[in-house]
Design a protein around this ligand. Sequence first.
Ligand code: ZN
Length: 52
Amino acid sequence: MKQVSCECGYSTRSESEDQIVSTVLQHVAVDHPDLAPSVTPDVVRGWIEIVP
Ligand SMILES: [Zn+2]
């Protein structure tokens, strides 16, 4: 399982990297619009943690 935890406390997990990336990009667009321009799919992939 893969997980991304946002600094705001939001987290999401999925087996699918593509799913995580799209979910996190949507979260950033809604809750952190100031960060959205600098958060690319590659940046989100860098945030992924592997969890059991
Ligand atoms: Zn957040």
